[in-house]
Design a protein. Structure first.
Length: 218
C-alpha cells in the first residue's frame, strides 16, 4: 500500500508540474502576443500545441481517476487555469464556440464546480468519437448489412459525437454528406461490397482528418 501511495504521489507531482508549466506558457505567450512580440501564426500554432498537451493531461487524469478541480484547488491554480482555457477557447485554431468562453475572473469559482462544460469533457468525447469510427468501420466489413436500423444507429451515434466536439465543422459536413449518400443509396450499400468499401475508404479518411485536427496521432 505505501508503494501505491508513493506512485500516486509521484504521478500527481508530475502532473502538477506539467500543468503548471503548460498554463504559464499559455499565459506568457498571450502576453507576448498582446505586446506584439509574437506573430499571429506562431502564436496560433503554439496555443494549439499547448491545448493538445492539456488534452493529454486530461486523458491521464481520467485514466488514473484524478479529479481536475481537486488538483487545481490543491495547487491553488484554478483561476490561472481558466484564464489559460479562456485564451485557448477564444484564440486557438480549433475555434471553440462562445458557449465555452469564460468572460471574467469572477466566474472561475462557478466553473470549478461545473467542469463538465469545460475542456475536461473533451477527452471523453474524443474517446467516444474514436470508438464510433472504429465500430462503424468494422460494421462496413460485414458481407450482409440487412439491418438498416442498426447501421443507421451507428451513423447517428458518430454524428452525435462529432457534433459534441468543437472545431470539427468541416469533418462534420463531410460526414453528414457521406451519411446522406449512404441513406440515398442504401440498397446498393447493403448489397454491393465494392460500393461499401468505397464508403469505408471515405470514412477512414475522415477518421484520419479527425486525428490530424487534434494532432494526437502517434
Amino acid at each position: 500500500m505505501p508503494k501505491e501511495k508513493d506512485k500516486k504521489s509521484i504521478l500527481n507531482s508530475n502532473i502538477e508540474s506539467d500543468l503548471y508549466s503548460i498554463i504559464n506558457t499559455i499565459l506568457n505567450l498571450y502576453k507576448k502576443y498582446q505586446n506584439g512580440i509574437l506573430k499571429e501564426n506562431f502564436f496560433q500554432k503554439s496555443i494549439k500545441n499547448s491545448m493538445n498537451e492539456l488534452l493529454k493531461i486530461n486523458f491521464l487524469l481520467n485514466e488514473n481517476n484524478i479529479i481536475l478541480s481537486e488538483l487545481l484547488d490543491n495547487m491553488n491554480f484554478t483561476k490561472r487555469y481558466y484564464e489559460a482555457i479562456d485564451i485557448i477557447n477564444r484564440l486557438s485554431s480549433l475555434n471553440f464556440p462562445d458557449s465555452f468562453l469564460r468572460k471574467n475572473s469572477k466566474e472561475f469559482p462557478e466553473y470549478n464546480k461545473t467542469i463538465s462544460s469545460s475542456m475536461l469533457e473533451l477527452p471523453g468525447v474524443t474517446a467516444q468519437i474514436t470508438s464510433s469510427f472504429i465500430t462503424l468501420l468494422d460494421a462496413l466489413k460485414l458481407d450482409a448489412l440487412n439491418n438498416k436500423d442498426v447501421i443507421m444507429k451507428l451513423f447517428e451515434d458518430l454524428k452525435k459525437n462529432l457534433n459534441r466536439f468543437p472545431g470539427l465543422e468541416l469533418v462534420q459536413i463531410k460526414f453528414e454528406n457521406l451519411y446522406k449518400y449512404v441513406i440515398d443509396n442504401y440498397q446498393k450499400f447493403s448489397k454491393n461490397k465494392e460500393f461499401r468499401d468505397l464508403i469505408g475508404d471515405d470514412l477512414y479518411k475522415l477518421y484520419h482528418e479527425f486525428q490530424d485536427k487534434l494532432n494526437l496521432k502517434g
